[in-house]
Ligand binder design. Structure first.
Ligand code: ADP
Length: 499
C-alpha cells in the first residue's frame, strides 16, 4: 500500500445504496416493525441511507429461516465440493465488484478508499477462497480405543450460528465469521454493527447470486441490546461468535449462559505493546510503530497502543515518531494518498478527545496533535504522547483512535513484566534483530499474536484471537473450524477381534 499513489481513484461517492433491508430466507424484507435507522457518512455526519432496523421479531424470523435451512435444506447435505464451488464463485464475484464494494465500505466507515479497494476487499475474496479449500478437507479420525471396538469421530456442523460483528472492519469481520461457518456446513444469522450495515448487504446479495440456498445466510441490521441480545439468548441458536468490546463480550457470554449454554467465541479489546529494543534501526521502528497504531484511524482491537521504547533510542524515537505523525495525511478518504480518514462516529470522536484530555491531565507530554482536524466530520489529528506512565488511563484503556502513547524502558525483564501487566492479551509487536531477544519475547508475552519486525499481518491462514480478557477462541486458519464443528464419537463392537 503506497501513500504516494498518484492516480485518481476510479470511484468517488456518492455511490448508490441498493440494499437497505434485512436479508431473511434469501429475500430482502422490511423490519417487522417497519422501523428504520439512519447510517451516517463519517466525513460529514450526514445520512447516507435509512436502513431497516431489525429487532427481536426479525431475529426470530431469521433464526427460523436458518433453522429450517439447516434442518431441512440442502446446505449441510450437499457434497463438500458443491459448497466449495459456491464459495469460490462468491470470491470471483467479490473480485468482479471490488471497487463498488470498496466504495460502499469507505462511505459507511470512513477508511481510506485505497485501503478498502487494494487491501480489504481483496482480502475478503482471499478468505472465502481459503475456506472454500477447507470444505472437502474437514473429516474425523479413526481412534485406537482399548477393547474390541471400532471407534471413529464424525466432524459435523454445529447448526445455526449467530454472529455479531463490529464497525471497524465491517467486511473483513463478516468474512472471518461466515467463511468458516459456511465451509463447515452451518447456517448463519449475522447482525452487523449499527454504524456500518451497508457493505454486508451488498456482498450477501452476491453470495446468493453465487448459488447459496435460501436461508443459509441471514443478515439483520440493528442495535445490540435489541437484535444482538435476542440472538445471544435465542434457544434455537447453537453457537455465538462475537467481535466487539470486552464489556459487551461479557453480556454476550451471560446471555448464552442464561439461555441454552451455546458455546461462545469472543474477540474483544486489546492494549497491545509494541516493543522497540535497543538494537533497533530507529527509522524503521518508527515507521512500523506508527502504522501499528495509526492504521485504520487507530480503530483496531490489536493496535500497537503501548509503544515501549528502550531508553538508549528513546529520545531519537520520540522526535522521529512526532515528525512522522505530523506528516500523516488526513482528509477525505476517497482522495488518493490519504492515510487517515474520519473516526467512525461522534461517540468515538468524543471518547478519543476525552482520552487526549486525560493524557494531558495525567502529565504525559503531548508531542503533537491533540485536537480535531478541520471543522466538520469526525477527523482527529494524529496525536503522539511521550513520557507516558503505565498507570495512566491512556496506557491502560483502549482509546481506539489515532493516539500513540510512548513509554520508556531499561531492560528486557522489566518490559516483559510491564507489557504483560494488562487485563488484555491480544497481540504484541517486537522490533529487534537480535534473535535471542526475539526468542525471549515471543515466549514471554502472554498474547495471541506476536508480530516480530512486522505488524498487522492478517493472512487468511494465520489464527487470530486473544489471551486473558481479549477473548476466547481463534479466527482464521484451521483453528477457526473448531468453533463451527461438533465432534461425534461413534463406537461399534468388533465381532471378530482377530481381524
Ligand atoms: P463498540 O463500543 O465498539 O461499538 P460493541 O461491543 O458495543 O462495540 O459493539 C460490537 C457489536 O456488538 C455491535 O454489532 C453491537 O451492536 C453489538 N452489541 C452491543 N451491545 C450488545 C448486546 N447487549 N448484546 C449483543 N450485541 C450487542
Amino acid at each position: 500500500y503506497s501513500t504516494a499513489a498518484a492516480h485518481e481513484n476510479p470511484i468517488t461517492p456518492p455511490v448508490s445504496v441498493q440494499y437497505d433491508k434485512l436479508l431473511i430466507d434469501g429475500k430482502f424484507v422490511d423490519a417487522a416493525s417497519g422501523k428504520t435507522f439512519p447510517t451516517l457518512d463519517p466525513r460529514t455526519g450526514e445520512v447516507i441511507a435509512h436502513v431497516a432496523e431489525g429487532d427481536a421479531e426479525d431475529i426470530n424470523r431469521a433464526v427460523s429461516a436458518a433453522r429450517k435451512a439447516f434442518d431441512e435444506g440442502p446446505w449441510p447435505r450437499m457434497t463438500a465440493y458443491e459448497r466449495q464451488k459456491i464459495l469460490l464463485r462468491f470470491a470471483d464475484l467479490i473480485e468482479k465488484h471490488n471497487d463498488e464494494i470498496a466504495a460502499l465500505e469507505t462511505w459507511d466507515n470512513g477508511k481510506p478508499y485505497e485501503q478498502s479497494a487494494q487491501i480489504e476487499v481483496p482480502m475478503v475474496a482471499r478468505i472465502f477462497r481459503y475456506y472454500a479449500g477447507w470444505t472437502d478437507k474437514i473429516h474425523g479420525l479413526t481412534v485406537p480405543a482399548d477393547g474390541p471396538h471400532h471407534v471413529q469421530t464424525l466432524h459435523e456442523p454445529i447448526g445455526v450460528a449467530g454472529q455479531i460483528i463490529p464497525w471497524n472492519f465491517p467486511l473483513l469481520m463478516f468474512a472471518w465469521k461466515i467463511g468458516p461457518a459456511l465451509a463447515c456446513g452451518n447456517t448463519v444469522v449475522l447482525k452487523t454493527a449499527e454504524q456500518t450495515p451497508l457493505s454486508a448487504l451488498l456482498v450477501s446479495k452476491l453470495l446468493y447470486e453465487a448459488g447459496l440456498p435460501d436461508g443459509v445466510l441471514n443478515i439483520v441490521s440493528g442495535f445490540g441490546p435489541t437484535a444482538g441480545a435476542t440472538l445471544c439468548s435465542h434457544m434455537d441458536v447453537d453457537k455465538i461468535a462475537f467481535t466487539g468490546s470486552t464489556d459487551t463480550g461479557r453480556i454476550v457470554l451471560e446471555l448464552s449462559a442464561k439461555s441454552n449454554l451455546k458455546p461462545v467465541t469472543l474477540e474483544l479489546g486489546g492494549k497491545s505493546p509494541f516493543i522497540v529494543c535497543e538494537d533497533a534501526d530507529v527509522d524503521q521502528a518508527v515507521e512500523l510503530a506508527h502504522s501499528a497504531l495509526f492504521f485504520n484511524q487507530g480503530q483496531c482491537c490489536c493496535a500497537g497502543s503501548r509503544t515501549y521504547v528502550h531508553e538508549k533510542v528513546y529520545d531519537e524515537f520520540v522526535a522521529k515518531a512526532k515528525a512522522r505523525a505530523q506528516k500523516r495525511t488526513v482528509g477525505d478518504p476517497f482522495k488518493a494518498g490519504i492515510e487517515q480518514g474520519p473516526q467512525i462516529d461522534g461517540e468515538q470522536f468524543e471518547k478519543i478527545l476525552k482520552y487526549i484530555r486525560f493524557g494531558q491531565e495525567a502529565g504525559a507530554t503531548l508531542e503533537t496533535g491533540g485536537d480535531r482536524h478541520g471543522t466538520k466530520g469526525y477527523y482527529i489529528q494524529p496525536t503522539v504522547f511521550s513520557n507516558v506512565k503505565d498507570d495512566m488511563p491512556i496506557a491502560k484503556e483502549e482509546i481506539f483512535g489515532p493516539v500513540q502513547t510512548i513509554l520508556k524502558f531499561k531492560d528486557l525483564n522489566e518490559v516483559i513484566q510491564r507489557a504483560n501487566n494488562s487485563v488484555y492479551g491480544l497481540a504484541a509487536g517486537v522490533f529487534t534483530h537480535n534473535i535471542d531477544t526475539a526468542n525471549t519475547l515471543m515466549r514471554a508475552l502472554r498474547v495471541g499474536t506476536v508480530w516480530i519486525n512486522c505488524f498487522d499481518i492478517f493472512d487468511a491462514t494465520i489464527p487470530f484471537g486473544g489471551y486473558k480478557m481479549s477473548g476466547t477462541g481463534r479466527e482464521k486458519g484451521e483453528y477457526s473450524l473448531k468453533n463451527y464443528l461438533q465432534v461425534k464419537a461413534v463406537v461399534t463392537p468388533i465381532k471378530n477381534p482377530a481381524w
